[in-house]
Structures are given as C-alpha cells and as structure tokens.
Design a protein around this ligand. Structure first.
Ligand code: HEM
Length: 553
C-alpha cells in the first residue's frame, strides 16, 4: 500500500517554504496517485485476463483473448494451419474458433458434414464473407454463386459435363498432354537432371484446362519451360485471397492499395487481360465458322459451348459472365488436379512398395490391352535405347482410353488414398443464414461460418480406424473389390447438391497421367528437399517437388 504524502507537511517550519515544498509535494502526490491508479488498473486487467483464460481451461479448441478471439493463435499457426486443426479435431469432432468480427466452427464429424452439405443445404451457402473474399478472382462464377445464380450455372454446366463430346475431347487432350509430360521426364532422366514435378504438373493441367476450357493451346508445358504471366498471376491471386480469411486488415490494405492487396490488384489485371483475349478469340472463331457455314469446325470446348448458349435470346451472358465461368473452371480444374498428382508422386516416392504394386498392375494391363488390340509391343533394347523407350511410352498411351482406364482398380485406389490424406481442397467454409444446431449439438449462429475440413477428416481415427494416418490403398478394398465410402466421410470432392462437377474428368486425367508415369518411371526426392504444404485455397507444395527420375521398362 502507498502512504499519502500529506502526513509529512506538519513538520515544515516556514509558510513560504511550506508552500514551495507543498506545491512540489502536490506534484509528486499526483504522480504517485496516478501511478497507484495505473498499477491498480493493470492489476485488474491482468486478473481479468487471468480469469478469462482460466475459465477456458477445459475448452477443447484454441483459447481466445478478449476482442481478438483466437486470431492471434490462428495467425501464429498460419503456415501450419491444417495440422493445427488436426490436433484440435482429433480431440473433438467440432471446434469453435471465435474471430474478431465473426465466428468460425470447424467440423470433422460426418453427421455434421451431411447436415451442412445436404440436409439443411439452403442454410449454408458460400455466404457473404466468402463472396467478399473471393469475388475479385471468381466473380459470379459457379464457385462463388449461391441461390438462383448458382442453380442456373450448375444446371448448364452439369449438362455440358455429361456430354460424350466433351468427354471424348478431354480424353484426347489428357492423353496428349500426359505423353508430352512423359517425354520431358524421359529426357530429364536421360540427362540425369532434376525436375520440379509440381511445376511441370501445374503446366500440364494449365495447358489441358485451357484446351478443354477455352479450346486454346497455350504451350506452357514444353522443354523450354516458358514463363507464363497468367499462371504466375493466378498463383499470386490465389495466395492473397486465401490470406484475406485471416487478415483483419485486408479491407484497409485494399482501400490504400498497399501490400498484398496491391499485388492482388496487379495479378487480377494480368488474369483479366489473358481471359478476355481468350474470350474474344473464341468468339471471333465461332462467328467465322458460322458465317462460312462450317459449324462442324466449332470446337467442343467449354467456352465455345457457353458462347453458343449466349446466342440464345433467353441467355443474359455478358463478357464478364464468360470471364467468370471460364476462370472458375480453370481454378476448378487446374490446381486441384496438379496438386493431387504432385502428392501422388510424393506418395510413390515414400511408399515404394505401393509404387511396385501399381507398376505390376500396369504391366499386366499393358499386356492384356495389347492382346485385345492385336498389337505387338515395341521391343526396347535396354535403358540406353531412348528412341525405343519413347516409342513404347507412346504406344502404351494409345492403349489408354476412358473405358480401359476403368480397369485399374489399384491405381484408382492409390489416387483416392492420396486424396484422403492430401485433399486438394483442405478446408471448405460455408456461410450460415440462420441460427442452427448441428447434429452433435453445436450451436451455430447466423453470420458466422462453418467449415468442414477434409484434410483433418482423412486423418481422424474415429473415421478411418487406428491406421488413419497411414497411406494404405488396400483400405479401399473389400473381398478384392473397390468399396466406395460415404461422400460425407471421404469429402475430397465435397458432397450433396454442390458435389464437384469435374470429379470424373479429374479422375480421367489423373488416371491417364499416373498410368503413364508409374509404368515407365521411378521418382526419387532430391536429397534435403523439403516437402510441405503452402497455405492457400488449394493444398499445393510450398517448395515444389524436386525429383530425379529413372526410367523403367
Ligand atoms: C482432384 C481434383 C479435384 C478435386 C479434389 C475437386 C474438389 C472439389 C471441391 C472440394 C469442390 C467444392 C468447392 C467449394 O465448395 O468451393 C469442387 C467444386 C467444383 N469442382 Fe472440383 N475438384 C477437382 C477437379 C475438378 C475439375 C477437373 C473440374 C472441372 C474441370 C472441377 C469442377 C468443379 C466445379 C465446377 C465445382 C463447383 C460445383 C458447385 O459449386 O456446384 N473440379 N471440387
């Protein structure tokens, strides 16, 4: 306790001196009073904070601080966020993460996931927050749309995706691009060089989706590995919009056009330039084809189909709508597939016994298919016979088509197992329109967000059993046959009315590519290369996947 200074005044002899001293003493008294008040306030604050945190001692999920909620903990764990969530969700199937202006609920409970994605689907749209974060990139495209706008796009796109024309066209595109990739890899092996597999896979899927989506060959997958401004801008935009989810200052940065938001602005300009030029090119080609009566020359790509739809008087599609549609498909089809393929290759590297089983299945398949087609397989005169080797790769690729690829169950299971542990969309947030109670009793409030977490779900023992964290394609088989599981348990493609529209197309490309890669190559990680995910909407590798390669016959 601090004593009051006034008790010393009685000892002072002269009034003048007294006044002088007492004025000085008054100041000191004030300072000490202030100090004592300050100490009291700090004391109260510290006690309050202590009680605030103490009351959360039994809480499962991140502990919060007043005003900022769990934002600090989430920011501190940002680079590791998926595993940070695994640590909480393994203790509780649902965790609450209060944030400054909103409230996040993360769940790995299949019953909750079914409720959100299907049973009470209308209550869980993408939501305003998601829309605000992503609009700059996705616009009004299917990924970012809700309600009627989503329903219309979904209907049209589902119809297009079901078309045999598009499937046949995609098969050819995927085969050509996988073959191109194989020849680049073969050359890398020949010269004993290293290669960033994620980079080449991103190039391959970008080329493919641009061909399937816009009908245009952009040629980023080539031996010269050309820089592509669209691809770099696209990656940057993806990273920055993901950062918005946890950066409370993003709106200010956007307003001031500084930092990450300035970078985003620049990237969007590059993306738009590229996309609008594609749209104009395709429109001109279609106009010319129609004017010369050569409708059959109109390509079966997605953009052409939507440009044609635009001519329907009922359709109100503007250039901006077309831009949003195609960009959404690029986002949907490019990074997801390339990221999955990268994790697949990594799984083959660290699980060589699985790579051997995949290889054995492919060799058997090759022999069977060659017999069926009545073709003699090229004889390769040893690993030095580069020409013969490349010819054999090409010949093998011709044996692959939509139907024959369906006869590789172990390969299919290996891709699926990769997606279980490394889902391309690791967490998927939904808005909340009205207060609701999830099946496990968690109350969710209007305006917050509920996120199902495929990355965590794939690792939960309460879903997959004690070996949940192991990479084991065999888990997908029962009595020798592949067993599909509930999409509310294996959530890599989402589930319910908004289930991924490109699932079959993605599997087609992944099977085509991995069949060629695993049949003819072994991959080895460059020593010391770190493999770690990067925090963005898609689960890609932060440092790429540097490998050396050996050929196998
Ligand atoms: C391994 C590859 C893929 C994975 C793991 C995957 C996963 C997903 C997921 C999780 C969603 C829901 C996203 C959300 O709620 O925002 C989704 C939606 C979607 N995907 Fe895929 N996807 C893949 C490949 C593709 C491909 C190749 C295409 C088409 C070219 C595609 C087209 C779509 C579309 C159009 C939607 C939006 C559906 C809607 O909102 O109604 N996806 N995908």
């Amino acid at each position: 306790m601090i004593p009051s200074l006034s008790c010393y005044k009685v000892f002072l002899p002269s009034l003048h001196f007294h006044k002088f001293i007492s004025s000085k003493m008054g100041l000191a008294e004030m300072n000490i009073t202030n100090l004592s008040m300050g100490v009291t306030v700090v004391g109260v604050l510290v006690s309050w904070l202590y009680i605030y945190r103490w009351r959360q001692r039994n809480k499962i999920g991140p502990k919060t601080w007043p005003f900022v909620g769990a934002a600090t903990e989430q920011l501190l764990n940002y680079d590791n966020m998926h595993d940070w969530l695994v640590s909480y969700l393994s203790k509780s199937k649902t965790v609450e993460v209060p944030m400054p202006l909103t409230h996040y609920t993360y769940t790995a409970d299949p019953a909750n996931v079914e409720h959100v994605l299907k049973t009470n689907f209308p209550n869980y749209p993408k939501g305003e927050s998601y829309r605000n974060y992503m609009e700059v990139l996705l616009g009004d495209g299917i990924f970012n749309a809700d309600g009627e706008m989503w329903r219309t796009q979904r209907k049209t796109a589902s119809f297009e995706f079901a078309s045999k024309n598009l499937r046949d066209f995609s098969t050819v595109v995927f085969r050509d691009d996988a073959l191109k990739l194989a020849l680049i890899i073969s050359r890398t092996a020949q010269y004993e060089q290293s290669l960033d597999m994620q980079d080449v896979l991103m190039r391959m899927t970008l080329d493919s989706i641009c061909k399937v989506g816009f009908g245009v060959e952009i040629g980023t997958l080539s031996l010269q590995m050309p820089d592509n401004p669209f691809a770099s801008a696209f990656d940057t935009a993806n990273i920055v919009v993901t950062l918005r989810f946890i950066d409370p200052l993003w709106r200010i940065k956007r307003f001031l056009r500084i930092g990450s938001e300035a970078l985003l602005n620049q990237s969007i300009q590059t993306i738009d330039q590229f996309t609008y030029s594609m749209i104009h090119k395709r429109k001109t080609e279609i106009k010319q084809a129609k004017a010369s009566g050569k409708q059959s020359q109109i390509k079966p790509d997605i953009l052409s189909r939507f440009v044609e739809l635009r001519e329907d008087p009922e359709s109100k599609l503007s250039d901006k709508n077309l831009r949003d549609i195609v960009l959404n498909f690029v986002i949907a089809g490019r990074d997801t597939t390339a990221a999955t393929l990268s994790w697949f290759v990594y799984m083959m590297i660290i699980h060589p016994h699985v790579a051997t089983k995949v290889y054995d299945e492919l060799c058997k398949f090759e022999a069977e298919r060659a017999r069926e087609e009545g073709v003699a397989l090229f004889h390769v005169g040893g690993l030095e016979d580069i020409h013969g080797f490349n010819k054999r790769v090409e010949q093998f690729s011709q044996l692959l088509n939509y139907d024959s690829l369906g006869r590789l169950p172990y390969l299919y299971a290996t891709i699926t197992e990769t997606l279980r542990l490394y889902p391309a969309v690791p967490q998927d947030p939904k808005g909340i329109l009205e207060d609701d109670v999830l099946p496990d009793g968690t109350i969710v409030k209007k305006g917050g967000m509920v996120t199902y977490v495929p990355y965590s779900m794939g690792r939960m023992e309460y879903i997959w059993g004690p070996d949940a964290q192991e990479f084991k394609p065999e888990r997908w088989f029962k009595d020798g046959a592949f067993q599909h599981v509930s999409p509310f348990k294996f959530t890599a493609f989402q589930a319910g009315p908004r289930i991924c529209l490109g699932k079959d197309s993605a599997y087609l490309q992944m099977k085509m590519t991995t069949a060629i890669l695993c049949r003819f190559f072994n991959f080895h990680l460059v020593p010391g290369h770190p493999v770690k995910y990067r925090m963005m909407a898609i689960l890609s590798m932060a440092h790429g996947l540097k490998v050396t390669i050996s050929r196998r016959i």
